[in-house]
Design a protein around this ligand. Sequence first.
Ligand SMILES: Cc1ncc(C[n+]2csc(CCOP(=O)(O)OP(=O)(O)O)c2C)c(N)n1
Length: 359
Amino acid sequence: MIERFDPLKGERLRVLDEDGRAAPDLDPGLSDAVLRALYERMVRTRTADAKALKLQRQGRLGTYAPSLGHEAAQVGLASAMTADDWFFPYFRDLGAYLTLGYPLADYFHFWMGHEAGLRTPDGLNIFPISIPVGSQIPQAVGAGIAVKSRKLRAAVVTTFGDGATSEGDFHEGLNYAGVYRTPNVFVCINNQYAISVPRSHQTAAATIAQKALAYGFPGVQVDGNDVLAVYAAAREALATARSGGGPTLIEAYTYRLGDHTTSDDAARYRAKEEVQEWVLKDPLARFRRHLALKGLWDEASEKEIQAAAADSVEKAVAEAEARPPASVDDIFAYTYAAMPPDLEIQRAELKASLPEGRR
Ligand SMILES: Cc1ncc(C[n+]2csc(CCOP(=O)(O)OP(=O)(O)O)c2C)c(N)n1
């Protein structure tokens, strides 16, 4: 199906129209239970995201990169992954984390300033969040080579923004993946901005998806506000990767409805009218319309879903905040399995410089 949408012709994969009606030939045909689960995950993501913003404003959480508007892209992608696949995330991936089963308390704990929150629980194939833009891409390709050489049946997924496509890491990673046909799925969450830099300043190419063609593998642009389109593209790309068919680049075309981070004020570089246009394309509202058309949604079920999401988010906050404060050791503990001697020395120096109670 991916091959049917030519990025050079500006074709974009879309399953749901704005009214929530699915195109019959593109609909991934998910069961009612799975459709409901997709919606619940999107609502939980939005609820947790809004909570993180409030916590930051109250001084209870550090700088935070909001996911508002990205829920369909994040949940659609992660819902198509299996437990054997690997994930190399970026810093705006809350819905993917939740969908893959990462404990929300741990996720909050990380954003509250604790590296321990990114210690992935056993059984989840998730690498830590990459803050340096694009640095996760070559790492994911390296993991792809490992998966391939061990003949494992797994795909390696990595996410990044449109800004990351201007980094050397993007080009080096995709070029290598194309040459060695690694089992990678590259997912560019094109939210139209890299902080204040608009997508038009990132590349002169008409789409990001078409860049894959230069590396010798398929690229597809999907409507990133359409959870079923993202799911359908991801399911196909993942299956191709797992079965030795090589990499795919998916461009999820979407919009960041909030600020870049809690330290940003997007009103200084984006027109209100532009934001409003995208508010009308809200991925949750569109999917809700789809569920309603199928008789899978009503006001009563909405209340239940919202209440369950709010409850789980409040519990996660309480759990994260009940944890002890970070120690000096935590600053040094999470980079190396065995600490190198120069870091031992730095740790000892730092401790010696602090008053007794803060060591
Ligand atoms: C190598 C590097 N350069 C600059 C930064 C500062 N920085 C953080 S996020 C960001 C913009 C990223 O934009 P994009 O890749 O489009 O992702 P988005 O934040 O829009 O989701 C920049 C420049 C960084 N973290 N790493």
